[in-house]
Ligand binder design. Structure first.
Ligand code: SF4
Ligand code: ZN
Length: 304
């Protein structure tokens, strides 16, 4: 099949490599503009993991800022974008991705700040998992990891105007379904291309919000941003079942993922705004209870 816009071979979405890259960048930049994600003087913290999605996000934001720098004399990219990574402490996985990430950010001239579970909470995830009785605690490695990751990203992006994440359409469709099933109203509030302004919380922006996982992976591949593939050894459980369910529904009903996300965005306008009215008595981070979830988990499973 030929590209819809030229005589080259079509590779994805009826487009050749060159036209797909152009289409992808236009779509991400349109999302940034439509939702007013980035203002002229904003300083952005970009949440990176060393994986293909966040590498692509850093690449595209770097390109966007370089274009802005050329068109007007604003501050340089290196002052306006900083990459923030979390080192959970997963040997044979995150340490390898972080090594590549250092080279990548150096190449782009973007500062990289890494915050580790070990430094912040006292133990790396490998040790926490070894010591935790997951069967009886009702917890899963990913739920512990997710709470600590979100905590560190919010804490260390303070002082920036926005925290950009590489969440794509597939991630959002999965999160919507998972949070609806578990009745998690607070997490549902965090879904959306840009989160609302809340005291103590850095506003999150998601430029890949309307791009599918497959499209982000293809863009990464074409720009040589794919790390040599490695999967987290703890990646199993509930989310992978939801991924399978949604992918099957997408095959039988194309457009399913986009429809879930668009329907949810309409519904979200009718949901009352949830805010963290308290600050954790131990660490001072925003929390819905007296003690935040991260401090509660440190007490319950890390200090044991
Ligand atoms: Fe953490 Fe789970 Fe992701 Fe592994 S798969 S990095 S444990 S959230
Ligand atoms: Zn706390």
């Amino acid at each position: 099949m030929r590209c819809a816009l030229c005589s080259e071979k079509a590779v994805i979405n009826n487009l050749c490599k060159t036209h797909f890259i152009e289409w992808f960048e236009r779509k991400a930049l349109k999302t940034i503009k439509d939702f007013n994600m980035i203002n002229d003087e904003d300083r952005i913290a970009v949440a990176v993991s060393g994986g293909k999605d966040s590498n692509a996000l850093l690449w595209i934001l770097n390109k966007y800022y370089n274009q802005c720098n050329q068109s007007h004399t604003s501050k340089k990219t290196e002052n306006r974008i900083v990459a923030i990574a979390v080192d959970e402490g997963i040997r044979g996985y995150r340490n390898l991705l972080l090594k590549n990430l250092k080279e990548f950010t150096n190449k782009l001239g973007i500062a990289l700040r890494v915050y580790s579970f070990e430094q912040e909470f006292g133990k790396p995830l490998d040790k926490i998992i070894k010591k935790t009785d997951f069967k009886n605690s009702g917890l899963k490695p990913c739920s512990v990891c997710g709470v600590f990751r979100r905590y560190l990203l919010n804490k260390h992006s303070k002082g920036f105007d926005k925290l950009a994440t590489a969440h794509n359409l597939d991630d959002e469709a999965q999160s919507i379904i998972m949070n609806i099933f578990s009745g998690n109203k607070q997490l549902l509030q965090r879904i959306g291309p840009i989160t609302s302004k809340q005291p103590g919380m850095v506003q999150r922006i998601k430029p890949f919000y309307f791009l599918k996982e497959k499209e982000v992976a293809t863009y990464s591949f074409f720009n040589k941003l794919m790390p040599s593939f490695k999967e987290c050894p703890y990646a199993y459980g509930y989310r992978s079942k939801i991924v399978e369910l949604i992918n099957n529904l997408e095959v039988s009903k194309p457009g399913f993922k986009e429809n879930i996300v668009k329907a949810f965005l309409k519904l979200k306008q009718k949901l009352p705004e949830q805010s963290f009215e308290n600050y954790c008595k131990r660490c001072g981070e925003p929390s819905s209870k007296e003690i935040c979830k991260a401090c509660e988990m440190v007490e319950k499973i890390v200090k044991k």
